[in-house]
Design a protein around this ligand. Structure first.
Ligand code: ADP
Ligand code: MG
Length: 395
């Protein structure tokens, strides 16, 4: 990687500032899924083993008003991290000031503290989210070096990632490095054949991804709700399925450009209502008037399997159907299975719901890499520069 990584830094006895991605799902003050904390452990452990004095920070949710602070404290994250590390993680309920500065001054090598949600700085003028230069400079003044491991925020230019990096020697953490390695190599230098599988709800969310991957991949398989806008562009009936009328022209031009590189479903699982409690049907040649398409059908699963046969790189974004309902999960399960069975292929999932689907359906350990950053992985798949990554010091 052209950027410095944490192993390039001298950490011994240094105050190491680390931006992690602790934006975990919370309910009633409890963490409901600690994947992101787990994913942050390797870098944290490395810094501590090297004798760094570690200062951790992250955002959690959105904070616009004083009331929004309720339930958005990072304290439960510090407690969970402490359990996982088997080590005290001191929590400072401030984002600046004397208490924080004194606690940092008192840190010994191999010790760690965490300070409060960086977005608490958004209440008074969005200082964090608008990358207020003074805030980034202040945070940078608290340490000797900066490690950015927050891939999930890399598509944002905030004070806690870009702002701090502008003022200190900085490096990527192991999670950031891993995300960049897998997604970056898949898109820029893939082992071929390279197949992309795209689904999810809307074409409009994924235009950039479709365009970029149509250029890079050897095949692009389309499923999910977005398939019906492509059907409409081809004049195939879609019944009551999801349609973005203002994207039909775009779908037409993508189809023309792509030729047989772009593969659409040949059959669909349909129902009269968006519900798991009504009978389902399978239809080829489009969707009847009174039905909506809610999953790819069994023939399409077979067709996609054939297209995937022999693939060496697969990037998948977007579920094939409404996987949250068991009646419409078979397409997404089918794709999970097909990918699990591939020999010697690099398989990557980008996108929040797709990652959740693979996890929920029990296939998470079958993939080479599941990105921890929904929005960031999408922007990376679009071929965009990620400001959080760009701001890290070059080697
Ligand atoms: P990701 O987060 O992986 O990028 P998206 O957010 O684009 O994925 O899409 C996920 C959503 O798409 C899921 O909630 C799923 O229910 C929905 N979806 C998939 N297929 C359909 C369909 N045929 N009709 C309506 N919604 C669909
Ligand atoms: Mg999503």
């Amino acid at each position: 990687m052209a950027k410095k990584v944490v192993t390039d830094l001298d950490l011994k006895d240094k105050v190491v500032l680390e931006r992690a991605d602790f934006n975990v799902p919370m309910k009633d003050g409890q963490i409901t899924n600690d994947n992101r904390i787990q994913a942050a452990l390797p870098t944290i452990q490395y810094i501590l083993e090297q004798g760094g004095k570690l200062v951790l920070f992250s955002h959690l949710g959105k904070v616009k008003t004083e009331e929004d602070k309720e339930g958005k404290s990072l304290r439960p994250v510090a407690e969970r991290l402490s359990e996982l590390l088997g080590k005290d993680v001191k929590f400072i309920p401030e984002t600046r000031g004397k208490e924080l500065e004194d606690a940092i001054a008192a840190l010994k090598s191999g010790e760690v503290l965490m300070f409060e949600n960086t977005r608490f700085e958004d209440i008074d003028g969005k200082k964090e989210s608008k990358n207020d230069p003074e805030l980034g400079k202040y945070w940078a003044s608290l340490g000797d070096v900066f490690v950015n491991d927050a891939f999930g925020t890399a598509h944002r230019s905030h004070a806690s990632n870009v702002g701090v990096a502008a003022n200190l020697e900085s490096a990527a953490g192991f999670l950031m490095e891993k995300e960049i390695k897998f997604i970056g190599e898949a898109v820029d230098n893939p082992k071929r054949p390279f197949v992309a599988i795209l689904g999810g709800a809307k074409v409009s969310d994924k235009i950039g991804v479709i365009e970029n991957l149509l250029e890079k991949a050897d095949k692009v398989l389309i499923g999910g709700g977005m398939a019906y806008t492509f059907y409409a562009a081809k004049g195939i009936s879609i019944g009551k399925s999801l349609l973005e009328e203002d994207k039909v022209d775009l779908a037409k031009s993508l189809l023309e450009k792509a030729g047989d590189k772009l593969v659409l479903p040949v059959d669909n699982v349909t129902a009269k209502e968006f519900s798991n409690d009504v009978p389902t049907e399978v239809h080829e040649n489009g969707v009847p008037e009174d039905q909506m398409g809610l999953d790819i059908g069994p023939k399409t699963i077979e067709q996609f399997k054939k297209e995937l046969d022999g693939a060496k790189t697969v990037v998948w974004n977007g579920p094939m159907g409404v996987f949250e309902m068991s009646n419409f999960a078979k397409g997404t399960i089918g794709v999970c299975k097909a990918l699990a069975e591939l020999d010697d292929a690099i398989t990557i999932i980008g996108g929040g719901d797709s990652a959740a689907a693979a996890q929920q359906l029990g296939y998470a350990d079958k993939f080479t890499h599941i990105s921890t950053g929904g929005g960031a992985s999408l922007e990376y798949l679009e071929g965009k520069e990620l400001p959080g990554l760009a701001a890290i010091s070059n080697k």
